[in-house]
Design a protein around this ligand. Structure first.
Ligand code: M6R
Length: 361
């Protein structure tokens, strides 16, 4: 049941310290110099030269972060919306590892992309939450995110577990694929990942997102911006927000604002800036373009980071490794979406027109 929580979504947001602890358990070497994904038969990686991610919705945003983690270690990677894979992938061979990222393992578009990959002779490895799901049965290999069952239609704890699992997978590939290079900051990254449950706990217990929600009702639209990995967090923040508040929300690459979307910016369109990682300073520059047009800036980032002074309201995250800062920023945006939807009295756990697992193409 929901226990003391009003909604499963809130319960699931609060359960992330535990779910993320399960995701990493036993997978990080004690000396923080490597990972071991023990259930994975690494034979599937033999001869792999590049990786294609296929996914939908929130899982697509997790895959975008996974792709960034792989490109950081020198692995050629592309990310596809699963529904576009058959038409746009072009030739796929046994040197391509196709990775369907799917919480349920039952999403029709993602299964269709998996079948395309299998037919074209690629190696396949699904990253999923559900043992025994169709994706797990049809892929050559499976890597489980171990988030536990998720009841709310809006993906929260499964997104963060997907991102952490893909981050670990990237480090495994960095060690196993010829031509890939382990990250210089691997010990720092793995140390930060082990501390993520504690940091998520800090965010969920101290978040000011509920005060923010009551101040920000009745606007025309909500724009979410970020760069690099924080762009993926912005896209996910906007998806979660529109899904459960029914308000118009869009995510953009911060640098693209001035190439079109800025025409929509007015005092009636708050802009959420994900000010995490090295690109935060440049995202601030773009947020200022919106502020000049009267938009309220809601920033998310570490205390004292470049985004703080540029924001009308600032939600903080612990100052940890940039990858983990992005995960924590996502948790703040989960709470922002949740509390806004609650103020608007929406059907949070079962938003209109949506299903937990989309089994039609
Ligand atoms: O089960 P999957 O991860 O394959 O589902 C993919 C999307 O349908 C899903 O992430 C959807 O976007 C969520 N409801 C978003 O919160």
């Amino acid at each position: 049941g929901k226990g003391t929580f009003d909604h499963f979504m809130l319960k699931e947001i609060h359960s992330q310290p535990a779910s993320l602890g399960k995701t990493t358990r036993g997978r990080i070497a004690d000396d923080k110099r490597g990972v071991r994904l023990e259930e994975l038969d690494t034979g599937v990686l033999d001869g792999v030269a590049d990786v294609h991610f296929v996914a939908c919705g929130t899982s697509y945003h997790a895959a975008l972060i996974g792709a960034r983690m792989l490109s950081d270690v020198g692995v050629r990677t592309r990310v596809f919306r699963a529904s576009e894979y058959a038409k746009t992938a072009g030739p796929v061979s046994e040197t391509t590892l196709v990775v369907p990222v799917t919480q349920s393992g039952e999403t029709a578009d993602t299964l269709s992309a998996l079948r395309t990959a299998n037919e074209r002779g690629a190696a396949t490895m699904t990253v999923t939450n559900v043992v025994g799901s169709t994706a797990a049965r049809e892929a050559d290999e499976s890597l489980f995110i171990r988030a536990g069952p998720e009841i709310g239609v809006a993906a929260t704890k499964t997104f963060t577990s997907q991102v952490v699992t893909l981050t670990l997978l990237a480090q495994q590939l960095a060690a196993d694929l010829p031509g890939a290079t382990p990250r210089d900051d691997l010990p720092e990254l793995l140390t930060a990942l082990e501390r993520i449950p504690e940091h998520v706990e800090q965010v969920v217990t101290s978040s000011r997102a509920s005060d923010l929600a009551t101040r920000l009702l009745e606007y025309d639209a909500y724009f979410f911006i970020g760069r690099g990995m924080s762009q993926s967090v912005a896209l996910e923040g906007a998806l979660k927000f529109k899904e459960i508040t029914y308000e118009h929300a869009e995510g953009f690459a911060a640098g693209q604002l001035k190439h079109g979307p800025l025409a929509l910016v007015t005092p009636e369109t708050p802009v959420v800036g994900v000010f995490t990682g090295e690109e935060a300073g440049q995202t601030v520059t773009n947020a200022m373009e919106a502020r000049t047009r009267g938009a309220e800036i809601i920033g998310v980032g570490p205390a004292g980071g470049p985004g703080e002074a540029a924001s009308d309201i600032y939600l903080t995250v612990p100052d940890t490794h940039p990858v983990c800062q992005n995960l924590l920023a996502n948790v703040q945006l989960q709470l922002f979406a949740y509390h806004t939807a609650k103020e608007l009295d929406r059907s949070i756990d079962k938003p209109r027109n949506l299903a937990k697992s989309v089994t039609v193409q």
